[in-house]
Design a protein around this ligand. Structure first.
Ligand SMILES: Nc1ncnc2c1ncn2[C@@H]1O[C@H](COP(=O)(O)OP(=O)(O)OP(=O)(O)O)[C@@H](O)[C@H]1O
Ligand SMILES: [Zn+2]
Ligand SMILES: [Zn+2]
Length: 799
């Protein structure tokens, strides 16, 4: 008797333990961990992941059998199965959510399948499955148990492919192809007898000799000089057999010229040597690569990846969403070509699935991607890189609330390989670990070729605003004009963090708010509506104030669109490009803007955070920051760190090649240390200053933190249950633990539910985890009428 242990798709604490199902006879030895199945649950059928196969169960009753298979081969490998258990525990989330998070978007939904035969012989041998077709709709075909077992075998042998119908785009493209029928010796002896003027046939046979029994797309043969008539002859003589081959969609829009490794500078060389030693020695060491902007961190990554590949292993490189610029992808592809797979949110479901397949099947050995790519099904990983390791996009804000750095470290331990965390402005947590020797610190203190860091000036906008109303200070306007005259390029950053464009009545001060949430509505020009960012509520933009009927109800704050208008008015001859969410929505537009700016077809690139990182344009000699401090007003202990990081990053875009760079930072808080130290780009002093602030405030990295949020439809109920939780926590934690709250969240009401939070700061609390697990378990039991609870381990925001 074989029994499958299944994590079912019902997210509760109880279902975090697997349920047992009988494996029916026809599937014995065919069902393996990592496959998804359909199982009976109560009086319905639900899906689940097989996590183990056992021979007996301690379940007393009669076991129900699995209803059907969703996958014929595992979609989650052994490593990721283990990771999911660890992650569920670590992030206080459900195993089912962790498993689902690991699959590419389109595969998470319950999907239809199609079976595709690789060639005619399979079709002919299995009429009971294919019924003479190359491709069948699995869900429509009436298949016997025996056929299903056969399908699993055929897939294992690589004779058929199973495709998930994700979206319209996800359909695999099958193209006419030919399979070579000769081994090398046969091809060579044919070569010897073919007429010397039959050029096409000679070419074909030499290809067949070099790649015996391979399958070639028709186009591949034609572009290599094989003629139509040679293909016909080849078919007639039995050298080739017609078939179909899957054409893999290519998410890289452009082809990239190959580049060779650069000769390393001494600091780079030392870093590469240390990393490569850890790769060869199979050490799961974490390195913190701290290199000033433009110090050549990317080259260090590339040469370490190359080493991992040389030792027969794979490599994973993670980048923040907004820095996954075509520039960096281009640099990696130019080194590693088609070995690279890319995973990010701009891909369609179909493209993402294809990339995932290429990784899962071992065709791609280098993965570049954003946060979720940390779950890429790579095997035998030799190196994991996290670029811009301080970036907040590495923490998932919804369930499962994982920190990518921690997942990466887990995988590194599993695969016995190093992790490289790279940044010009490391997070305080990582830098503190490096100081303690937990991480090894590698530094690149100089820009490439010893170019100086840009000169940074700070403009006090309080005095500036007293003189004029323009959003550009005199000094910044003058500097822009100067660069335009010299035909150099300019980047202007509008800091969007903590800043939203809202409507306000100039006469009575009325601001439209969401009816369901305690938050002002945000103006969206493109849809001509006021939107709530929390619940999705939408309403038309009023033309008169609903309160005082004044017509002077206006947009408040500056958006990048307005900035563009103003810049164009001030500099009518300048060619201006804008990069923000609105101008990059269309596929390929991101690349188009960067290409255009890179080719110097524009003088000024202005935009939001998107332009702050990663870009490498030699002609940029001026960076202007319009509102440095909008993030400083955030009631968040990390706001200084974020501001310092952003300013340092964006400043680093200036003067990266031969010309000296300049940066102008406009601010209302010229005396704030984050701004002052960004001026000198002095990470060391910032680190020391900020560590003192964190020490005094008992914040990370001195303390660990957990945020517990509860919500319910009634404010009274939320508050009183959160006070119960507080009492429970107090009785389980030591006197050293600091418990803040419960307090209403900054936005207390969202979608008519009331949110309160408790923050726990602690250094060592062995009882904390069991206490939190118990709180979650209890809240699950009474959820229907009670409080919903979410736990965020090491939250990135405290609001
Ligand atoms: N060894 C080298 N020799 C010559 N040029 C180099 C070398 N290493 C890097 N470069 C060049 O120096 C420039 C800056 O390097 P890179 O973009 O990798 O820096 P970075 O540290 O990643 O910067 P940032 O953090 O600002 O994005 C690039 O144009 C790169 O091609
Ligand atoms: Zn009004
Ligand atoms: Zn709302």
């Amino acid at each position: 008797m074989q029994i499958a242990q299944v994590i079912v798709d019902i997210p509760t604490r109880q279902t975090n333990n697997p349920y047992s199902y009988l494996i029916p006879d026809y599937l014995v030895d065919q069902v393996v961990p990592g496959m998804r199945v359909e199982v009976p649950f109560g009086n319905r059928k639900i899906t689940g992941f097989v996590v183990a196969i056992v021979n007996n169960s301690d379940f007393a009753g009669k076991l129900k059998p699995i209803s059907s298979l969703i996958d014929f081969s595992p979609v989650i490998n052994e490593e990721l199965l283990q990771l999911s258990s660890w992650m569920a525990d670590e992030t206080y989330s459900f195993k089912i959510s962790c498993l689902q998070t690991m699959l590419p978007g389109g595969m998470r939904i319950k999907n239809k399948k199609r079976l595709i035969a690789n060639d005619d012989s399979v079709v002919n041998q299995h009429p009971e499955i294919f019924d003479g077709n190359h491709e069948i709709d699995y869900n429509r075909q009436k298949l016997t148990d025996k056929s299903i077992a056969q399908i699993i075998r055929l897939q294992k042998e690589g004779k058929i492919q199973v495709e998930y119908n994700l979206t319209h785009h996800a359909k695999p493209i099958m193209m006419k192809a030919y399979q070579g029928q000769l081994d090398q010796g046969q091809a060579d002896s044919q070569l010897a007898v073919v007429r010397k003027n039959a050029k096409g046939q000679l070419k074909l046979l030499s290809i067949l000799s070099a790649h015996p029994h391979e399958t070639f797309l028709r186009n591949q043969l034609i572009t290599q000089g094989v003629t139509e008539s040679a293909i016909k002859t080849g078919e007639k003589n039995g050298w080739l057999k017609q078939t179909l081959k899957r054409h893999i969609r290519n998410p890289f829009l452009r082809s990239v010229a190959h580049t060779n490794p650069l000769t390393l500078q001494p600091d780079q060389k030392q870093a590469v040597t240390r990393i490569n030693q850890a790769i060869s020695g199979k050490q799961d060491q974490v390195f913190l690569l701290e290199g000033v902007t433009g110090s050549g961190k990317t080259e260090v990554y590339l040469q370490s990846i190359a080493h991992a590949l040389e030792t027969g292993r794979t490599a994973l490189m993670l980048v923040p969403e907004i820095t996954l610029t075509p520039q960096i992808v281009g640099r990696i592809r130019s080194r590693f070509g088609n070995q690279v797979a890319m995973l990010h949110s701009a891909l369609s479901n179909g493209e993402r699935y294809d990339e995932w397949q290429r990784i899962n099947s071992g065709q791609a050995q280098v993965v570049v991607g954003v946060r979720s790519a940390v779950f890429a099904p790579l095997r035998n990983i030799g190196l994991i890189i996290i670029d811009e390791e301080h970036d907040s996009s590495y923490k998932q804000t919804d369930n499962p609330r994982y920190q990518t750095r921690d997942v990466a470290k887990w995988r590194a331990a599993y695969n016995h390989c190093p992790v490289v965390l790279g940044s010009a402005t490391p997070s305080l947590e990582s830098r503190a670990r490096a100081m303690k020797g937990v991480y090894k610190l590698l530094t690149l203190p100089h820009r490439i070729n010893r170019h100086a860091l840009p000169h940074v000036s700070i403009i006090d906008m309080k005095t500036e605003m007293a003189k004029h109303r323009s959003i550009l200070s005199n000094q910044l306007s003058n500097a822009i004009q100067d660069r335009l005259d010299k035909h150099e390029q300019i980047i202007l950053l509008l800091n969007r963090r903590g800043y939203s464009a809202f409507l306000m009545c100039r006469d009575c001060g009325y601001v439209p708010k969401c009816p369901n949430c305690d938050i002002s509505l945000t103006m969206h020009k493109n849809t001509h509506s006021l939107n709530c960012h929390y619940c999705g509520h939408k309403e038309p933009i009023p033309t008169v104030c609903p309160k005082c009927h004044s017509k002077r109800i206006r947009f408040f704050g500056v958006g990048s669109e307005q900035l563009e208008e103003q810049v164009k008015q001030l500099f009518p001859t300048a060619r201006v490009l804008r990069m923000d969410v609105d101008t990059t929505r269309k596929k390929g537009s991101h690349e188009a803007i960067i290409d255009k700016f890179g080719a110097h077809k524009a003088d000024i690139l202005l935009g939001t955070q998107m332009i702050a990182k990663g870009l490498d344009f030699p002609e940029v000699t001026l960076v202007g920051v319009l509102n440095a401090d909008s993030a400083l007003q955030f009631p968040d202990f990390r706001s200084s760190e974020r501001t310092f990081q952003l300013l340092t990053q964006v400043s680093g875009r200036s003067g990266r090649a031969d010309k000296q760079g300049e940066v102008v930072i406009q601010t209302f808080n010229p005396d704030h240390y984050a701004i002052q130290l960004a001026q000198t780009q002095d990470y060391e002093r910032f680190y020391a200053t900020e560590m003192r602030v964190r020490h005094d405030g008992k914040y990370p990295p001195y303390y660990f933190t957990v945020k517990l949020t509860g919500n319910s439809p009634s404010e009274n109920q939320t508050a009183s249950e959160m006070f119960d939780i507080l009492t429970y926590l107090k009785s389980h934690l030591s006197a050293q633990a600091i418990i803040l709250g419960p307090t209403p969240k900054a936005v207390t009401r969202i979608n008519n539910r009331y949110y309160y939070q408790i923050i726990i700061k602690y250094r060592k609390e062995p009882n904390l985890k069991p206490a939190l697990d118990e709180i979650l378990m209890q809240s699950q039991k009474k959820q229907r009428h009670g409080l919903q609870i979410a736990i965020d381990n090491e939250p990135l925001d405290f609001m």
